[in-house]
Design a protein around this ligand. Structure first.
Ligand SMILES: [Mg+2]
Length: 257
């Protein structure tokens, strides 16, 4: 293990303010246990804990249990896209360190944006979920607040849907071609659990801004430089990046004097 870098005496004086994006599901809150419970209740089945190591196994398990595709789709629609069945979100526990680190980064003055492809219908649930964790500074729709939600502009009833990865990459790049977030300036860094963000064409030129939180389904395919083991590692990375950027900004002045 590399030795810890000594911290400067006044780290806050060295830090640059960063615009930080964070995905919600399976990044801030763990959807796995609540989704498992919802599936067991709905279909009257028992799912062994070791079979649900992550969120993506649910589809395999339900298929294996003989649940027809139509019923599986209705189930996902009910638990993930309807405000009436928001229990699956409200019962998701935070990922280890997530709340503590978010709070710290916010206190240090970094701007935190919460990015999600949940439906706009569940927006109040999103806010409620953070308040339940003692975080009352996440809310609204940008520019009034800092929840960047893939709302009806990008998920229209008719017409093409902007898929999740494209939506997030436009947020990172700050180049939404249309819709509510057209003037969003972009993000310095974004934390997500989806490795697919790095594989998309729109990630060209912004790959170093995309940080992936390690899960069994992404750690084999994400380059080491883009992967963090947990939220505390993300915090250290942000502290380092804020310092490095500040120092590199100051270097030319130092050379001139
Ligand atoms: Mg996610």
């Amino acid at each position: 293990m590399a030795p810890e870098r000594p911290l400067p005496k006044e780290p806050e004086r060295l830090a640059r303010i960063l615009q930080i994006g964070v995905d919600i599901d399976c990044t801030i809150f763990n959807l796995v246990p609540s989704s498992k419970l919802a599936a067991e209740k709905r279909f009257g089945i028992k799912i062994e804990d070791e079979r649900v190591s992550d969120y993506w196994f649910l589809e395999e398990i339900l298929k294996g249990a003989g649940i027809p595709e139509k019923e599986r789709r209705l189930f996902y629609q009910d638990i993930y896209r309807s405000s009436e069945n928001a229990g699956v979100y409200l019962d998701s526990p935070p990922m280890p360190g997530a709340i503590e680190v978010l709070r710290k980064l916010h206190q240090q003055g970094h701007e935190i944006f919460v990015l999600t492809s949940r439906s706009a219908e569940v927006l109040p649930v999103v806010e409620q979920q953070f308040v339940a964790q003692g975080i009352n500074w996440v809310g609204g729709l940008w520019p009034e607040g800092n929840i960047i939600i893939r709302n009806e502009d990008y998920w229209p009833k008719k017409g093409p849907v902007m898929v999740d990865q494209v939506f997030k990459l436009h947020a990172i790049r700050g180049d939404f071609p249309y819709g509510r977030y057209q003037n969003f300036p972009g993000l310095d860094y974004h934390l997500d659990d989806q490795a697919g963000l790095l594989g998309h064409d729109l990630s060209l030129g912004v790959k170093e801004r995309i940080i992936i939180l390690s899960w069994s389904y992404n750690r084999e395919i994400v380059p080491e430089t883009n992967l963090v083991e947990n939220w505390w590692a993300f915090e250290r990375l942000i502290q380092d990046l804020a310092r490095v950027e500040k120092l590199s900004l100051e270097l030319p002045n130092v050379a001139q004097s």
